[in-house]
Design a binder for this molecule. Structure first.
Ligand code: ADP
Ligand code: GLC
Length: 486
């Protein structure tokens, strides 16, 4: 079974958020279960060819109404997974960032999706490799299922190819693309009655949802939430037309790459057996780097996040200020995103200099040190399709404080102080600052007054199996159902 992933982000080559974590680790897990999984991503200008051993494979052309686009395909192997990179000027090759705004990204990812099929044609012609399934991800590659659907009826080697479309975040949709589609000679989305009826033919997320053989979400809970208007972002009706082909499969994490027992960013390695002593030096180092008092007894709240409305920082800033002023606690945050949220967090570290430190920016190394050194991990998302951060935090022994939504609800089990030995974190439901404040106080109380319960929770969190093994198997079942190799 051959599977080609198409994605805008793949860790470690280009990462903004969890999409990169997933496409950077699921293919490896699939290969371990006998699937020939490969990945196609853009060749962004910042990807260091020498560092990753990237080599040229072949050249090909994409024919569009406006003319011919010359493309180059490169590849390397990472963790035994073949990764292909698409270079095509002026779309991909020189840019210093992944995303460049709607007016650039729509034409860029339209070309990327068209090229994905041309890559398959070229690999098939030159090497005899053809995917049985193309696995597209998020709006950037939403056009792929539509294009495959057409190719199936036009070319014999496409006839049995199935498509999976995974929704990582329904809020980002790639809308109003009609003009670009006309420009590039991509007609025919009006052969889909539901897209026409709902006025979504010019929405790339909707096109992916409408045309894929199977649609998946990255957690079971999110598959339900998006069938309702509140989290459906205008596509809940379309989701309901696809319930028979909609499956929620929980994300895993690469437990080898994310391992506190080997992580080179940690000053002291630890595991679920020795964390009570071996984890402490990481907390001290985090405090020292942050310029905070080095103390073992004070609870340290960590945060690593894209700073956008989704992540619920507006719910958390007030409660954080309250907690920092009323109690003996420390706070270390790392994040980048919208200016107003960055500023609100930064102001906390200005106002509580001896208790809080906020790093604005992106740093994989610093993120790992926060997972490995903090006691509590704050993730009060308004919505969360899955979330990888809370799983990294748990694996690294930092207990997540999360809202009961999406993948957070599916991965964090709530502490119950009436029942012995339960829970891997602290969960609240209502989207209000009061809920965050109350839950913070409850967690800090537990840290101070029930150290035994806390340690048991840490141990449970660290021992939870977040590996891809089970979920990769669920994807394979789907691949079998929709491809000729069933
Ligand atoms: P999302 O994809 O919505 O951002 P996830 O929790 O699925 O949420 O994934 C976030 C990923 O991005 C995690 O791997 C997290 O460690 C990483 N991350 C987020 N912000 C930063 C940052 N400022 N620096 C380094 N890593 C970050
Ligand atoms: C998106 C979601 C996040 C999810 C990630 C990977 O970025 O916001 O919740 O974990 O995709 O699927």
């Amino acid at each position: 079974m051959n599977v080609l992933f198409t994605s805008a982000e793949v860790d470690p080559f280009a990462k903004i958020g969890g999409l990169a974590d997933v496409v950077g680790s699921l293919p490896k897990a699939l290969r371990q279960q006998g699937i020939d999984a490969r990945v196609l991503m853009p060749d962004y200008g910042f990807i260091d060819k020498e560092r990753w051993g990237v080599r040229h494979v072949l050249n090909f052309e994409v024919h569009r109404r406006t003319g011919v686009t010359h493309c180059e395909l490169f590849m390397t192997e990472f963790d035994s997974v073949p990764i292909y990179f698409l270079r095509a000027h002026p779309y991909f090759g020189f840019e210093p960032v992944v995303y460049q705004g709607w007016e650039m990204d729509v034409p860029r990812f339209t070309l990327f999706s068209q090229a994905a099929l041309a890559v398959c044609d070229a690999l098939f012609a030159q090497q005899g490799w053809m995917p049985d399934v193309i696995h597209a991800n998020d709006w950037h590659t939403g056009l792929v299922p539509f294009l495959v659907n057409r190719a199936k009826y036009e070319q014999a080697h496409w006839s049995g190819v199935g498509t999976v479309f995974t929704i990582h975040n329904l809020a980002y949709q790639g809308e109003y693309v009609g003009g670009w589609m006309w420009e590039y000679g991509i007609p025919g989305r009006d052969d889909h009655p539901e897209l026409v009826r709902l006025g979504k033919t010019d929405n790339l997320m909707a096109v992916g949802i409408g045309y894929a053989n199977v649609v998946t979400t990255v957690s079971p809970r999110y598959a339900i939430e998006i069938q309702y208007p509140y989290q459906g972002y205008g596509l809940d009706q379309l989701m309901r037309t696809r319930v028979m082909s909609l499956v929620g499969i929980l994300n895993g994490i690469d437990a080898e790459r994310w391992n506190p027992d080997t992580d080179p960013q940690l000053v002291s390695h630890f595991n679920a057996d020795n964390f009570m002593t071996a984890r402490l030096p990481n907390k001290r180092q985090l405090q020292q780097d942050a310029g905070l008092p080095i103390r073992d007894d004070v609870p340290l709240i960590g945060l690593v996040s894209r700073l956008v409305a989704q992540k619920g920082m507006d719910l958390a800033v007030g409660p954080l200020r309250q907690i920092l002023s009323e109690s003996d606690v420390q706070f270390v945050a790392l994040g980048a995103g919208e200016y107003s949220i960055e500023n609100a967090l930064f102001q906390i570290s200005e106002d509580f200099r001896d208790k809080a430190r906020v790093y604005l920016g992106y740093s994989a190394a610093q993120a790992q040190r926060i997972y490995g050194g903090s006691d509590l991990f704050l993730m009060p998302s308004r919505y969360e399709p899955c979330g990888t951060s809370q799983m990294f935090a748990m694996r690294y022994g930092s207990l997540p404080l999360v809202r009961e939504t999406g993948g957070l609800a599916d991965t964090v089990s709530n502490y119950d102080n009436a029942a012995a030995d339960t829970g891997t974190g602290f969960v609240f439901e209502w989207e209000t600052p009061d809920a965050v404040l109350g839950t913070l106080r409850w967690a800090l109380d537990t840290y101070r007054h029930s150290p035994y319960a806390w340690r048991r929770m840490q141990e449970r969190a660290m021992r939870t199996d977040f590996s891809w093994t089970k979920s990769a198997g669920e994807y394979i079942t789907l691949y079998r159902q929709i491809s000729k190799k069933g």
